[in-house]
Design a protein around this ligand. Sequence first.
Ligand SMILES: CC(C)(COP(=O)(O)OP(=O)(O)OC[C@H]1O[C@@H](n2cnc3c(N)ncnc32)[C@H](O)[C@@H]1OP(=O)(O)O)[C@@H](O)C(=O)NCCC(=O)NCCS
Length: 166
Amino acid sequence: MTAGNRHKFAIERMTESDLTEIVELERACGLSSRGIEAYAGIMKLPHYVLLVARRLDLPDQASIGIAGFFSAVVVLDELHIDNVAVNSEFRRRGAASALLHQGMLAGCLLGAEKSFLEVRESNLAAIGLYLKHGFSQAGLRKDYYSHPTENAIIMTADSSLSLFND
Ligand SMILES: CC(C)(COP(=O)(O)OP(=O)(O)OC[C@H]1O[C@@H](n2cnc3c(N)ncnc32)[C@H](O)[C@@H]1OP(=O)(O)O)[C@@H](O)C(=O)NCCC(=O)NCCS
């Protein structure tokens, strides 16, 4: 999938060769990480949705690497989104939107009717992203995060929204 004219990203399945960059991007964003070995293991399981956004607008894609990634798992009829992140050089160009859209669509095809995630209360960029994609607040987990300690907002959306929005 290509994410429209403004954005030159291809959303593809994550491969083992992406993992070093993904773990580095998680570290740079201060996000928790599964680690390379765990990613390599779950990559083979059909109920995990692991996607990357690759840039298409430069000649040698192989040397560019990934702009961002999306990680989620389908549990019964729910898609649990663990992580979405975009390299700071490529932000505000629709990469996360394309990842989220495609990830929710994949979840929907795997039987997920609802999508869930947790986000730091202070993470206005991510909250803005999720609100734009039809998520709303479903609850609050007090002091859920550490380093620094912070509340988590629980957000949810109908996965089927991905069928109608791009
Ligand atoms: C949150 C994040 C993934 C957004 O990625 P992105 O590719 O820049 O997002 P998009 O370009 O698709 O933006 C979609 C919408 O999200 C909202 N948004 C994105 N960045 C924002 C910001 N800095 N401030 C406010 N709203 C923002 C806007 O509504 C935006 O739409 P617009 O550009 O038309 O205004 C990115 O900032 C990031 O990687 N942050 C660090 C990792 C992280 O916190 N991940 C979330 C963990 S829960």
